[in-house]
Structures are given as structure tokens and as C-alpha cells.
Design a protein around this ligand. Structure first.
Ligand code: GLU
Length: 275
């Protein structure tokens, strides 16, 4: 009986070793039944997640997501990309539209009621973007009585109007590229969101906009997961640690933000635990 238990254990261990080898250095290997993973990223944010018609988005979030998926055992061609706008990130995770969200998605207590987060994998700062020749807006306080654009579902605008109590007239759009259009057309005075996003737009249209360089609020980017994903969260955190250790994070940051007008850190942010 004893010998039998032992041999069962040995067989189990051998099977596990085989399964791990089959993952080709992956780690988890707990692939969905159809062998793909669906990841929500932004499609209109240069430097982070930008899709220009090929179906294959590019940017820092896309690189991070691809790396993490690789560590979970998915090859790039097993990733199905889906556009996740700020306002539908929670719903997508709750309804199972995506398995994971890597979309400039700040970890907040409010969102944690609805979804789980691994990470953070990067810490951005909230900033303000105005037209290059604008001399009137140099600080958040200057937005009093002026028009301010942000995307619905993001928390950037409420930092100014609620946390800071500044009486800006808010214009909410579906995504940030619409805000940029309104700013270009002179229909709003400023756009607020993360410096990563704003710097990406500024770099795309050199000389047209200026970033104020404010550090208004830390935006800790998490990997959004469906509620109750503790095990997956641990795997993602291990992948993020590995991504910083092997130099990939720095490579992704330099490749995507090298041209942008803001300073970024290449240090791994301290990870939150998985609940
Ligand atoms: N990171 C901020 C947030 O998650 C703003 C950017 C965005 O909406 O993606 O609310």
C-alpha cells in the first residue's frame, strides 16, 4: 500500500514535470480550453496601445501583456486582442469578454470591489496637456472656469473637480483621442490624464501640444483580472518581477517612450499582494 502511494506520487511528479516542460519555460500553462487568451488593451493611445488597422496593437501595455501571456504559457499567436476603453474595463472582466486587461488601468479601492489586480507593473503620474502656445494654463488651479476633457470611466477628471475642488467645466468623451481632437480644434482648453498617455499624443504631433509636467496623482497600473483570480494574480506578479529582472521592462519602456517628453522610471514598482 505504502509502495503504491509512493509510486503514484512519483508518477504524478513526472507528469507535472512533463507538463511544465511542454510549456516551454512558461510557468503556469493553465490555458483556456480553446488554447487562447483574450486581452483587453487600448487601441488609440500611442506608446501604450495603438491599433492602426492591422488588428495587431502596439505599445508598452501590449509588450507587457505579451510578456505576461508568454510566462503564462501562451505564444503571441495565441493572444486575442480586444479594444478596452476606460469605461468598459470592469464590465469586460465581469462578463468574461476578456481574460485580462492591460490598459493604463489604475489600481483603485473602488475598482477592487469589482475586479482583481496584479501588479502594479508601472507607476504613471496624472498631468495636463494644453496647446503649445497656451500661456494661461500652467497649473491645475488655472482650470477654474475653463473647459477640461477626459475619457469617461477614467478617474482623472474627478481628481481635479472633486479631490482638488477646481471648478472646471468637464467634457467627457469615449476615449482620449477624441479629447485630443477637441483640444486641436480649440473646443476644450486642456486634457487631463496620465503623463504616459499625454506624452504619447504630444510625441505623435511634435510641437503642437505641451505637457505641464505636473505630478498630480500616482497612477499605479495594474493587470486587471476577474474577481477571485488569486492564483492567476500570483502568476502575473511573478511574470512582472521576471520582466524587470531580465531587462525586458526597460527595453519595452525605452522602445515605447524613448521619444516621448517625460521621464520614466525603469525600476520595478513594489507589488501589492494578491488577496
Ligand atoms: N489610469 C487612469 C485610470 O485608469 C486614467 C487613464 C485611463 O482611463 O486609462 O483611470
Amino acid at each position: 500500500m505504502r509502495a503504491r502511494t509512493l509510486s503514484t506520487t512519483v508518477a504524478g511528479a513526472a507528469a507535472l514535470a512533463l507538463a511544465l516542460t511542454a510549456c516551454g519555460g512558461g510557468g503556469g500553462g493553465d490555458q483556456a480550453d480553446d488554447g487562447t487568451i483574450t486581452i483587453g488593451v487600448k487601441y488609440d493611445q500611442p506608446g501604450l496601445g495603438l491599433e492602426e488597422g492591422s488588428g495587431q496593437p502596439a505599445g508598452f501595455d501590449v509588450d507587457v501583456a505579451t510578456y505576461i501571456a508568454g510566462e503564462l504559457g501562451y505564444e503571441p499567436d495565441q493572444i486575442e486582442w480586444t479594444e478596452a476603453a476606460s469605461a468598459n474595463r470592469e464590465t469586460f472582466l465581469q462578463q468574461g469578454t476578456v481574460d485580462m486587461v492591460v490598459a493604463t488601468y489604475s489600481i483603485t479601492d473602488e475598482r477592487k470591489q469589482l475586479v482583481d489586480f496584479a501588479g502594479p507593473y508601472y507607476v504613471a503620474q496624472q498631468d495636463i496637456l494644453v496647446q503649445a502656445e497656451n500661456e494661461d494654463v500652467a497649473a491645475a488651479e488655472d482650470l477654474e472656469g475653463r473647459t477640461l476633457c477626459s475619457a469617461s470611466g477614467s478617474r482623472s477628471a474627478e481628481t481635479i473637480t472633486e479631490t482638488m475642488g477646481i471648478g472646471a467645466e468637464l467634457r467627457e468623451t469615449q476615449n482620449y483621442s477624441e479629447c485630443l481632437q477637441l483640444l486641436t480644434d480649440g473646443q476644450v482648453d486642456a486634457v487631463t490624464t496620465d503623463n504616459t498617455i499625454l506624452a504619447g499624443y504630444a510625441a505623435q504631433q511634435a510641437g503642437e501640444f505641451k505637457l505641464l509636467g505636473l505630478e498630480m496623482q500616482e497612477e499605479r497600473y495594474g493587470v486587471g483580472l476577474p474577481k477571485g483570480s488569486t492564483e492567476r494574480c500570483e502568476e502575473v506578479n511573478a511574470a512582472i518581477a521576471q520582466m524587470y529582472e531580465d531587462g525586458s521592462a526597460e527595453e519595452f519602456l525605452n522602445a515605447n517612450f524613448g521619444e516621448a517628453e517625460f521621464e520614466y522610471s525603469t525600476e520595478q514598482p513594489e507589488a501589492d499582494g494578491c488577496a
